[in-house]
Design a protein around this ligand. Structure first.
Ligand code: CP3
Length: 341
């Protein structure tokens, strides 16, 4: 019988610790770098179903992770709202200016799901080729994090423009969050229909918000996305990654009802609730930098985590994306060590 250890973890029926790594497809792999040059830019790469499927499968072939995550980016949603998205080498993403205030006032911010059909195509290709014991994860950014990139038009250290808009025009900002929540729901629903067996919601910038902001702009829209998805697909696991705000999500599990919370590197696993006291799975949270250090230190750290989390509704992952500088041998060692538990 083929066992999907990753999915079984959500039912408490796994026979060992399962693992996958955030950004497991990427520049640390020579085969990824070779594939990446076949597209003229990063967005074309994401929207080429064959290339995206191949990038998804590369880390599975090499390491045998328990889950694959569809190769794409959270910024395909701003693109589907009509913003152009360019990834500039060494700088990061740059989004075109959208006269958001005017557009929101005139109800002209339209999500064109059709622009994302190639993501669903890529999911179908991956599903045909994925080993049967490996699960496929779909994903999206959360409304707050997407709003950050859309309003600030790219990466930023403090997302000043977004936070300014949220406090000076809260009604308008609420409208943007609501429109994004509808789009994220639709996008994830289509990913599940195409074959995604679980989904992860990335709220990478929720750590910037004060407590009332976390409620308004993160937990509230994320809860509505989750409850709408659960109406259609009650058994598809939903993971949230509230980077910088694990505790608020852990304390309010009964509100958002995600099946798993992905912990960032700041969370101390010796202090998290034991399995019988929480219905959700915890995922995480090795510091990606630990994969750049001495192998003995890495081994000890992973051992500690595995001991602390043994039998505790746990999926091994990183606390943030794998770094391009990561030595591949350390990833092989990590997979072997985790799979042995
Ligand atoms: O393997 C996987 O995890 C699936 C693919 C994936 C990518 N981005 C591919 C990617 C996923 C799940 C993401 C999520 C994502 N993208 C997030 C949320 C998680 C997080 O990191 O907080 C965010 C904020 C983005 C936006 C984004 N994409 C930025 C800011 C950048 C530039 C920084 C960088 O690392 O280069 C990207 C680019 C990006 N997305 C790359 C990859 C593999 C690197 C670009 C390349 O290969 O040329």
């Amino acid at each position: 019988m083929i066992k999907k250890e990753f999915l079984l973890t959500f039912k408490g029926l796994n026979s060992r610790t399962s693992l996958w790594l955030m950004r497991q497809a990427g520049r640390y792999l020579p085969e990824y770098r070779e594939l990446r040059v076949k597209a003229k830019n990063f967005m074309d790469f994401c929207f080429n179903p064959e290339l995206a499927a191949e990038a998804t499968l590369q880390p599975i072939r090499r390491f045998g992770f328990d889950a694959a995550i569809i190769f794409s980016d959270i910024l395909v949603i701003p693109y589907a709202f009509g913003q152009s998205v360019d990834f500039i080498e060494g700088v990061g993403p740059k989004l075109s200016s959208l006269p958001l205030v005017d557009i929101l006032n005139s109800d002209r911010l339209i999500f064109e799901n059709n622009k994302l059909l190639n993501v669903f195509k890529a999911i179908k290709i991956v599903k045909d080729q994925l080993p049967k014991e490996v699960s496929l994860i779909g994903f999206s950014g959360c409304p707050w994090t997407l709003a950050c990139y859309m309003v600030d038009q790219g990466s930023s250290k403090d997302f000043f423009k977004t936070r300014l808009l949220a406090v000076t025009r809260p009604d308008l900002f609420q409208k943007l969050i609501n429109i994004l929540a509808d789009a994220v729901f639709l996008y994830l629903k289509h990913q599940i229909e195409a074959g995604a067996e679980a989904v992860q919601l990335f709220d990478s910038w929720v750590g910037l918000l004060p407590p009332d902001g976390v409620w308004k702009w993160s937990i509230s829209p994320v809860s509505s996305i989750i409850s709408k998805l659960k109406n259609y697909y009650p058994s598809i696991p939903i993971i949230v990654f509230p980077k910088g705000n694990y505790q608020t999500y852990a304390d309010n599990y009964h509100i958002h009802k995600a099946d798993a919370i992905s912990a960032d590197t700041t969370v101390d696993f010796s202090k998290v609730k034991i399995a019988s006291e929480r219905p959700y799975v915890i995922q995480g949270n090795l510091d990606p930098f630990d994969l750049l250090g001495a192998t003995s230190a890495l081994k000890n750290k992973v051992d500690n985590t595995l001991k602390t989390m043994q039998g505790k509704k746990f999926i091994f992952n990183l606390g943030h994306g794998i770094l391009p500088e990561t030595p591949i041998d350390n990833v092989y060692r990590l997979v072997e060590q985790v799979k042995a538990t």
